[in-house]
Design a protein around this ligand. Structure first.
Ligand code: PLP
Length: 414
C-alpha cells in the first residue's frame, strides 16, 4: 500500500534516495501541496515557489480552471489512439495554431520529445524541400544549449554533465558560439544546413541573454540561406519573459516553434511543435508519432492553460513584477557587492550570479537559507541562482519575496 499522505519529510527523502535513480540533487525540502504561488511541505510549512517547475507552472499551482478542465475531460475521455479521430484534437490544434499564428501543430508530451520531433522535421524538410543529399543534413546548434535529455538532443550539448559516458552521439550537428553572428554567418554558408536551433534566452545555462538584435539577425540570415529557424521556447515561452514568446521581443517568427512546460500549466506533460504547411506537411502518415501525443486530456488541459494566460494578463504581470524584482536585486547588489556579481533576466525569468566558482557552495547555501525563510529557488551551474516564480504572483507577494531574498543576502556570511 502507498501511504503518501501519511509520510513526513524525512521518510519521503529517505524513500527517494533508497528507491529512485539519483538523477537529481534536490534541495532537501519535501512538497506535498501547491496552490497558486505557494508550495507546502507535509508538516505544513509554506514556501513561495521561485522555480515554478522550471517554468512549467506559469499559471500557478493547481489553477482551478485548468484542474476543472482536467477533471471534466478525465471523466469523459482520456486516450483513444491516433488510429481514430477524437473530438478534442482538431479543435485544440486549431486553437493552438491560431493562438501562436501557425498553420499547423504537432502535439507531443515532453519538451525533449518536441525538440526531437523538430529535429526530425528539419532533416526531412532539408532532404525533401531544400534538396540536401541523403544523410548529409546539418543542424546548427549553439554552445550552452539545453533542449532535453534524449540521445539525439544531447548529441548537440556542450555540457559535460549531460554528455559524459553517454556516447556515441548522433552526427549532423555543428555547434557554434551562442550570440556570435559572425560564426553564424560562416556556418550558414554550408548548403547542407537544414536548420538553426536555439533558445531565445538560455534558461538552464543560467538565464543567458544573447546580444540585442541577435535573434532578428539570425532570422534574416536563415531566410537568406534557405535554412529553417527552430526556436525552443519550452522554458521562455507562454508569457514567462513578459511577452507570449521571448522571440516577440525582436519580432522574430521562427519557422519551427517548440513549446512545452507551461502549455499545460504544470498539470500534464504536453508539448508541441508549430510550423506552417510548407514544413509540417513533409511528415506523412506513419512517419512520426506518440501514443499519448495530443490525447484528449492533454488537449483540454492545454486549451485551459492557454486561456488562463490571456484572461489573467500574465505576460503583462511578468513584465511589471520582473522589473520590480530586478530593481530590488540591483539595490541588494549595492549593499552586498561582495556576494552578487550580476542580476539579469527578462520578465519573470531572472538570475542572480553570485561571487563564487561554478564548483563553489555559496549559491547552494543561499538557496538553503531562502528555503529556511520560506522561499524556494535552486542554483543552476553552481554559481547562478534562477528566480522564476509563477506569473500569477501579486505585487504584494513579490515585495514580500524581495524582502526575504534581501534579508538572506544581507545576513549571509561568506
Ligand atoms: N527545452 C528547454 C529550453 C528546456 O528548458 C527544457 C527543460 O528544462 C527542455 C527543452 C526539456 O523539457 P522536458 O524536461 O519536458 O523534456
Amino acid at each position: 500500500m502507498v501511504t503518501t499522505n501519511l509520510i513526513g519529510s524525512e521518510e519521503a527523502m529517505r524513500l527517494e534516495d533508497r528507491y529512485g535513480c539519483h538523477n537529481y540533487h534536490p534541495i532537501p525540502v519535501v512538497l506535498s501541496r501547491g496552490e497558486g504561488v505557494f508550495l507546502f511541505n507535509p508538516e505544513g510549512k509554506r514556501y513561495y515557489d521561485f522555480l515554478s517547475a522550471y517554468s512549467a507552472v506559469n499559471q500557478g499551482h493547481c489553477h482551478p480552471k485548468i484542474i476543472g478542465a482536467l477533471i471534466a475531460q478525465a471523466q469523459t475521455l482520456t486516450l483513444t489512439s491516433r488510429a481514430f479521430y477524437n473530438n478534442k484534437l482538431g479543435e485544440t490544434e486549431k486553437y493552438i495554431a491560431e493562438y501562436f499564428g501557425y498553420d499547423k501543430v504537432l502535439m507531443m508530451n515532453s519538451g525533449a520529445e518536441a525538440n526531437e520531433s523538430a529535429l526530425k522535421l528539419a532533416r526531412k524538410w532539408g532532404y525533401e524541400k531544400k534538396g540536401i543529399p541523403a544523410n548529409r543534413a546539418v543542424v546548427i546548434a549553439v554552445g550552452g544549449n539545453f533542449h532535453g535529455r534524449t540521445l539525439g538532443i544531447i548529441s548537440a550539448s556542450t555540457d559535460p554533465v549531460s554528455t559524459t559516458n553517454f556516447g556515441p552521439f548522433l552526427p549532423g550537428f555543428e555547434i557554434i558560439e551562442y550570440g556570435n553572428l559572425e560564426v553564424m554567418e560562416r556556418a550558414l554558408v554550408n548548403p547542407e544546413v537544414c536548420a538553426v536551433w536555439l533558445e531565445p534566452i538560455q534558461g538552464e545555462a543560467g538565464v543567458v541573454l544573447p546580444p540585442d538584435g541577435y535573434l532578428k539577425a539570425v532570422e534574416t540570415l536563415c531566410k537568406k540561406h534557405n535554412v529553417l529557424l527552430m526556436i525552443d521556447e519550452v522554458q521562455t515561452g507562454i508569457a514567462r519573459t513578459g511577452k507570449l514568446l521571448a522571440s516577440d521581443y525582436e519580432n522574430v517568427k521562427p519557422d519551427v516553434l517548440i513549446l512545452g512546460k507551461a502549455l499545460s500549466g504544470g498539470v500534464l506533460p504536453v508539448s508541441a511543435v508549430l510550423a506552417d504547411d510548407e514544413v509540417m506537411l513533409v511528415i506523412k502518415p506513419g512517419q512520426h508519432g506518440s501514443t499519448y501525443g495530443g490525447n484528449p486530456l492533454s488537449c483540454a488541459v492545454a486549451v485551459a492553460a492557454l486561456e488562463v494566460i490571456k484572461e489573467e494578463n500574465l505576460a503583462e504581470n511578468a513584465i511589471n513584477l520582473g522589473e520590480l524584482f530586478r530593481n530590488r536585486m540591483l539595490e541588494v547588489r549595492e549593499k552586498r557587492p561582495d556576494l552578487i556579481v550580476h542580476v539579469r533576466g527578462r520578465g519573470l525569468l531572472n538570475a542572480v550570479v553570485v561571487n563564487d566558482s561554478e564548483e563553489g557552495s555559496m549559491a547552494w547555501n543561499l538557496c538553503m537559507q531562502f528555503a529556511e525563510n520560506g522561499l524556494l529557488a535552486k542554483p543552476t551551474h553552481g554559481n547562478i541562482i534562477r528566480f522564476a516564480p509563477p506569473l500569477v504572483m501579486t505585487k504584494a507577494q513579490m515585495l514580500d519575496c524581495c524582502n526575504i531574498i534581501e534579508k538572506v543576502f544581507l545576513e549571509y556570511n561568506s
